[in-house]
Write a protein that binds this ligand. Structure first.
Ligand code: PNS
Length: 168
């Protein structure tokens, strides 16, 4: 049988992930089925003053995706397109929760496409049960001692408890 050689497909799922939520995890699981490799790329953004350090976020996501063999976790700083050029990747995955995400996502996707016309952004619709969910909402709930049990993976719930306990 004649087989056509093809390069393994690789997609990048970038974000702040401060922290990763069940909504992010759902996108990771679904995207990982569509590509040979999926790299979760955490933005190491010094301006944003994150709750979790980039090392903590890397550890948490690595734990959460440990059963997904084609998912890797990395972090980057600077421009996403430069990081992607280094990895020879040209697909970005982003989740869309609601119409309110559209303008922000359109801006990022258009900017990245302008910076490199090889880059394509693929949008995936978030499941309805996660359409309200964001890292900020999760932090707000955890900060005031609400339960985030169904919103984040157990390792993240523990990490949030620890974080806010140590901030008291
Ligand atoms: O989870 P977020 O914070 O919505 O993710 C935004 C992210 C990390 C995808 C975006 O801010 C990004 O790629 N930043 C890196 C800097 C960059 O490449 N900027 C140009 C495109 S906006």
């Amino acid at each position: 049988m004649h087989t056509v050689p093809c390069n393994p497909s690789i997609a990048i799922y970038p974000g702040s992930f401060d922290p990763i939520t069940n909504g992010h995890l759902d996108i990771i699981k679904r995207a990982a089925k569509q590509f040979d490799r999926l790299v979760v790329a955490i933005l190491n953004n010094h301006n944003k003053n994150p709750l979790f350090t980039v090392e903590e976020r890397t550890q948490l996501i690595t734990k959460v995706v440990e059963d997904l063999p084609n998912v890797e976790v990395e972090h980057f700083s600077g421009l996403l397109v430069h990081y992607m050029e280094n990895k020879e990747a040209n697909v970005i995955i982003r989740g869309l929760r609601a119409i309110s995400d559209f303008e922000y996502e359109m801006q990022i996707a258009s900017t990245n496409h302008k910076l490199s016309d090889e880059i394509e952004t693929f949008f995936m619709m978030t499941l309805p049960q996660y359409s309200f969910l964001s890292s900020s909402i999760v932090k707000e709930i955890a900060k005031y001692n609400g339960s985030v049990k169904d919103l984040v993976p157990p390792a993240v719930e523990q990490a949030l408890l620890q974080k806010y306990k140590s901030k008291d």
